[in-house]
Design a protein around this ligand. Structure first.
Ligand SMILES: Cc1ncc(COP(=O)(O)O)c(C=O)c1O
Length: 484
């Protein structure tokens, strides 16, 4: 059967062929040790030239995914899935800390410098986003609704978008009406408004450890304190420790990323989500749920939101289209349960409403822009990118490195021996024009100095391969110096 390569027109043909093979490896269709189709066979199947296939195979060879054997052709490398151990559950259950994350602010600025190879910021490559379609839809909207895009709407946002969001939330197991959805400027504003609705300055919030540093920025700006809960890279926070904090009346609220968290990649199972809601109901404690990675699962169906199990309205659900469609449009949403009116009023006091043209553009894309097809392609690409990054880390980092194995999203968390200092690696890497996210950004009490987060959202390339090699080399060099 002949297959035509049509996706990702912006890539060279040989890169598209390599992507296809990489996806087959990532999905497990091609297993370690399997022989790849012969060059001639692939040339016929894909209707591409022999030199294109050879170039694709060379690229995969360079990336360490396949190897050639004399007279026998190309094979998937056997070492491919000897992935290092995962980090253990974190142990921090420390005294409550006021939050000061000024260091994270400066590091974040460096992470966004476009002249660097950006392995720090958690962003999807722009190549993976449907930019052309979004731009076309926005143009149509500006022309066809030329007055509406310049008018005030309700603080809770445009009906068309709230309707589409409510429909999409069914996929996450949530049954909400458009009137229960409040449109915000990204997840960041949804989280910030939610925390303002449920706390007062000086309160303590239970968070994951390590946690998304954006939470820490918001806690600091609202003069809140943090209680770090031990967190497992597979299924998130320890409910036992949360219950202890609840029994001691230590916390006013809880804030976490439910699906494919940042930075650990953990995803809570349904049973745990249900038990968590049981605790919230029992102690009357609100939970700010950040679910902006939930659509980016690699296998099976979309994981449910904690909100799906919320029987009494204690969950304030926050998400956006920043990781799947466009971070720049700044379109997010909040379903605030029993805090709906408070959040809506806070939104009004903050900036009255979110800009209309981006809202209508996202609404149009969700309604008929092929969102599901786009997600299928994006998930495949992200999974394949993380496979390549994992494989390269296995090859070039010290053997003691522990590495997360997320089943969705696009960040990896690395834990190195205790004597390792990720801030030194961060500085060394900047000298090589590479940015990373050092572990201490993810803790209010400066933990995780031996850890780092890498972004796997950018399409795999020779440049990224080289950058990971450099990081591996710098890491080994630092450890060797310390061990002399
Ligand atoms: C867990 C998490 N929440 C929120 C955000 C910010 O989302 P938004 O751009 O929608 O404000 C990010 C961005 O990296 C994130 O990783």
């Amino acid at each position: 059967m002949k297959v035509k390569l049509v996706e990702a027109e912006d890539k060279n043909l040989y890169e598209q062929v390599a992507d296809r093979i990489r996806a087959l490896i990532a999905e497990g269709t091609l297993k370690p040790g399997d022989r790849l189709p012969s060059v001639r066979k692939l040339h016929e199947q894909l209707s591409v030239s022999i030199s294109t296939v050879l170039e694709a195979y060379r690229l995969l060879e360079d990336q360490g995914l396949i190897g050639a054997r004399p007279q026998s052709g190309y094979f998937v490398k056997r070492t491919l899935f000897t992935v290092p151990d995962e980090p253990r559950q974190s142990v921090f259950f420390k005294p409550i800390e006021p939050v000061d994350v000024s260091l994270a602010f400066w590091i974040t600025n460096a992470m966004r410098d476009p002249d660097r190879i950006r392995l720090g910021a958690a962003v999807p490559g722009l190549e993976l986003l449907p930019i052309a379609t979004l731009n076309r839809l926005m143009g149509q909207i500006i022309r066809s609704q030329s007055e509406i895009v310049h008018s005030y709407q309700l603080p809770r946002g445009c009906e068309a978008l709230r309707h589409e969001v409510a429909k999409r939330l069914m996929e996450a197991g949530c049954s909400v009406t458009p009137d229960q959805v409040i449109i915000t400027n990204g997840t960041t504003e949804a989280i910030s408004l939610s925390l303002r609705a449920v706390t007062k300055p000086g309160d303590t919030i239970a968070i994951e450890s390590p946690t998304y540093y954006g939470f820490l920025e918001i806690l600091e700006s609202l003069h809140l304190k943090a209680l770090e809960l031990p967190t497992h890279p597979k299924d998130g926070i320890s409910l036992e420790h949360l219950e202890t904090a609840l029994q001691k009346r230590q916390i006013a609220a809880c804030a976490l990323v439910s699906n494919f968290s940042n930075p650990l990649g953990s995803c809570m199972g349904d049973l745990k989500k249900k038990q968590l809601v049981g605790l919230l109901n029992q102690y009357h404690i609100p939970l700010v749920e950040d679910d902006l990675y939930g659509d980016l699962h690699f296998e099976g169906s979309r994981p449910k939101a904690i909100k799906a199990f919320d029987t009494e309205g204690w969950v304030l659900y926050c998400a956006s289209c920043s990781k799947t469609l466009s971070p720049g449009l700044r379109v997010g949403w909040c379903v605030a349960g029993r805090y709906q009116v408070q959040v809506e009023r806070l939104k009004m006091g903050m900036n009255f409403m979110t800009s209309v043209a981006p809202q209508l553009t996202v609404a149009a894309f969700l309604a008929n822009g092929g969102y599901d097809r786009h997600l299928r392609q994006m998930r495949r690409a992200l999974q394949s990118q993380l496979t390549c990054m994992t494989q390269t880390i296995c090859e070039v980092f010290p053997t003691e490195t522990k590495l997360s194995r997320p089943t969705g999203g696009f960040v990896l968390w690395l834990e190195l021996p205790d004597e390792f200092d990720a801030m030194t690696l961060y500085e060394d890497a900047l000298e090589h024009n590479i940015s990373i996210a050092p572990g201490i950004m993810f803790s209010p009490s400066g933990n995780y100095q031996n850890c780092l987060r890498l972004n796997g959202g950018t399409p795999w390339s020779e440049k990224i391969y080289q950058a990971i090699q450099t990081l591996g080399y710098l890491t080994k060099q630092q450890l060797a110096k310390k061990r002399v």
